[in-house]
Ligand binder design. Structure first.
Ligand code: SF4
Length: 325
């Protein structure tokens, strides 16, 4: 298990989420889906940790477990030392002030029947005692903070572009000045030209308010731009976690190497050197024995099939789960 600094803002320890298949008469019960398995990491104030990996590796499930939008099977999620998983519903509701989420689809996450001013004001209504006039003033301030014109406040979500809708989602998340924002693929549904604007907005807000970001993404260019540290997930496990520069300049885990190498580049010569992952990811309900990556790893040897490699410190601030790295 990874060592932890004295008081990280968020500390996730041994987080596990297994989905049991439903019991059906006369049909043998299927093995549970091991979506997230013994995941540990921490995030400090004003830090961005990105979770990357193929679809289905468990990164979004991890993020939703941190928010308790999904109840984990086991583990701990400590926010400033308080285990969120031990809180009852009223106490958890109070904690939600400190934890906000930005969703992938900015349109689906905004109620189309509400004016956007009401959408952004919702957390203020639910969690503060501000008067109507104070709320309106705060909404105007939030609009300005996320780069939207305050006079658009009486419009409806469909009157905004995708990028503007994501800005509305960010304004709503910012309303209570959270300590941690979980960003679940927040720019993957946006045009490339708009992605940079939204990513820069998030980093500006982080600088100004000291917000920590748990950033889930599959676009490695975006991850490289926004992250302080990156955790690479494969089949429910973290296989490498380190600083952004370490990960992109000196990746150690074979999976990370291939993941980085598979990014398309405009240079045809470099393109020829790309390495691609062979085959599909194994089923999370029947993960391979030993190292879960051994069925696709070009370096796999006999021990990889038998022994699970532990996540261990290989170099300064560089943790890897591989027998040979
Ligand atoms: Fe590959 Fe073996 Fe390392 Fe797993 S432990 S990544 S199979 S070399």
């Amino acid at each position: 298990m990874m060592p932890v600094s004295t008081t990280p803002l968020l500390q996730v320890i041994g987080l596990t989420k297994h989905y049991e298949s439903p019991r059906r008469w006369l049909i043998p019960q299927q093995a549970p889906v091991l979506a997230v398995d013994d995941v540990s990491f921490q995030i400090d104030t004003a830090e961005t940790l990105s979770l990357v990996g193929e679809s289905g590796c468990g990164k979004t499930t991890t993020a939703k477990c941190v928010m308790r939008l999904i109840e984990p099977t086991s583990g701990s999620v400590l926010l400033q030392g308080v285990d969120l998983l031990s809180l009852d519903a009223p106490a958890m509701r109070q904690k939600r002030r400190d934890l906000q989420i930005i969703f992938q689809d900015p349109y689906a996450s905004l109620n189309p029947r509400l004016k956007v001013s009401d959408i952004v004001a919702e957390p203020l209504i639910n969690f503060t005692t501000l008067s109507r006039a104070e709320r309106e003033e705060q909404v105007q301030w939030l609009f300005a903070k996320v780069g939207l014109r305050p006079e658009w406040a009486s419009r409806y979500p469909h009157e905004f572009s995708g990028g503007q809708r994501q800005r509305l989602g960010i304004a709503r998340a910012l309303a209570l000045k959270p300590k941690l924002m979980v960003c679940d693929e927040p720019v993957s549904a946006l045009d490339v030209s708009v992605q940079a604007q939204v990513v820069n907005l998030l980093t500006d807000l982080q600088d100004e308010f000291g917000i920590a970001l748990l950033f889930v993404a599959h676009d490695l260019a975006v991850v490289r731009h926004i992250s302080h540290r990156v955790a690479v997930m494969y089949l429910g496990h973290i296989v490498e976690i380190t600083t952004r520069d370490n990960l992109f300049d000196k990746p150690l885990h074979p999976y990370t190497e291939i993941l980085l190498s598979s990014v398309p580049v405009p240079n045809p010569r470099q393109q020829a050197n790309r390495r691609l992952l062979e085959g599909d990811p194994p089923s999370p309900s029947a993960p391979p024995s030993g190292c879960r990556f051994h069925t696709r790893c070009p370096l796999a040897q006999a021990i990889c099939k038998e022994q699970k490699p532990e996540l261990g410190l290989r170099q300064s601030a560089h943790w890897v789960a591989c027998h040979f790295r």
